[in-house]
Design a protein around this ligand. Structure first.
Ligand code: AHG
Ligand code: MN
Ligand code: MN
Length: 337
């Protein structure tokens, strides 16, 4: 039997960077700093049931959600791990209304980091999987200081993206545009080890993930599509199974491995003002980059997620993401008049 080789995330990142002859190692350092933050967050998440850390801090974030203590911890941990390495010129987080500048005393680098420090935070108290999502760009402005323009980008400009899922084990999944690779944290040695090389999402799945409690507020296309998934037809393997955790990272991760579709369509209660929930820059874009690298698709129903030019830091978009055939079928329903 062939023995599989043990590859740490560190080595993998270095090997990926070697594919670019002009690489300086800067990017390797950046991802390395992120894995360090991920390990600390993982440790805190694992302790959450034991420590007093559970519960609300009483603060409300920029979206009006209650902020759990772990959100605050994760946000601070990532900022502190990333602000002095000399790799970044600016950051933005779900938890901060404005961009996060690199303090004057630290060197500035050429990369931009956008992140959701803790995704699915309403699930913390119930010991359900949660995650961290990140997206990395190269700086585009040339002035002395990086600006918000460096954050307001199209997903197609991403140089790397990934997520960490704090589940039955902690995993980090990332892409630099050379496929999607997954690493599982071995807590006994504190290393992320390559466990899922070159992940490909099945072209079609049998799972759909959507908050059906919102069904009354869906557009007609989404209503018809979900009804279609529930009909019996053995050639298209319907009915599909519904799986909805309520943590985007966890719902996405399962569908990436098993195949399927995740939907968070806009709310059409006021048809003139459809309202989306998920954020373009640090939720939709990074997962869109990953799913495309794995052979899947991410769409609003009308357009490719990664083609949207961001206009605001916390801009929201409808997100339909997963297996290619499933997303294409959804688009047909959504665009039917
Ligand atoms: P966050 O915890 O970062 O605010 O994100 C919550 C998001 C996402 O994780 C999940 O897919 C979605 O909210 C669930 O929303 P509903 O509870 O409306 O279904
Ligand atoms: Mn989130
Ligand atoms: Mn969050």
């Amino acid at each position: 039997m062939q023995k599989s080789r043990v590859v740490t995330i560190q080595r993998h990142i270095v090997e990926q960077e070697r594919l670019y002859p002009r690489a300086t190692g800067d990017f390797t350092g950046l991802l390395w700093d992120l894995t360090l933050a991920a390990k600390s967050i993982s440790r805190e998440v694992n302790k959450a049931g034991l420590a007093e850390i559970l519960g609300l801090t009483g603060e409300v974030n920029v979206h009006g959600d209650d902020v759990k203590k772990l959100d605050v911890y994760a946000n601070e941990r990532i900022c502190k791990a990333m602000d002095h390495g000399g790799h970044l010129c600016i950051m933005a987080s779900e938890e901060n209304e404005d961009v996060i500048r690199i303090p004057d005393e630290f060197p500035k680098g050429k990369y931009v980091l956008l992140f959701d420090p803790l995704d699915g935070s309403s699930n913390i108290d119930a010991n359900v999987s949660i995650g961290t999502i990140f997206s990395i760009y190269r700086r585009k402005t040339t002035g002395k200081e990086a600006t918000i323009e460096d954050c307001l980008r199209k997903g197609t400009e991403q140089v790397a993206a990934g997520y960490i899922i704090y589940g039955s084990s902690t995993m980090m999944v990332y892409t630099t545009g050379q496929g999607v690779h997954g690493f599982t944290l071995d807590p006994s040695i504190g290393e992320f080890l390559l466990s899922h090389e070159n992940i490909k999402i099945p072209q079609k799945g049998k799972i759909y993930s959507i908050n059906e409690g919102n069904a009354n507020a869906w557009d007609d296309g989404t209503k018809k599509y979900v009804a279609y998934l529930k009909e019996k037809d053995t050639t298209t393997e319907r009915p599909y199974s519904l799986r909805y955790i309520g943590s985007l990272v966890a719902d996405f991760h399962r569908n990436l491995l098993y195949g399927g579709i995740f939907l968070y369509p806009a709310d059409y209660k006021d048809p003139k003002k459809p309202k989306a929930k998920l954020r373009l820059l640090y939720e939709a874009n990074p997962l869109a980059f990953i799913v495309e690298q794995a052979g899947g698709m991410a769409s609003t129903g009308k357009e490719r997620i990664m083609d949207i030019q961001a206009a605001e830091l916390h801009q929201k978009v409808p997100l339909i993401i997963g297996s290619k055939e499933d997303v294409l079928t959804y688009e047909k329903f959504f665009n039917q008049k």
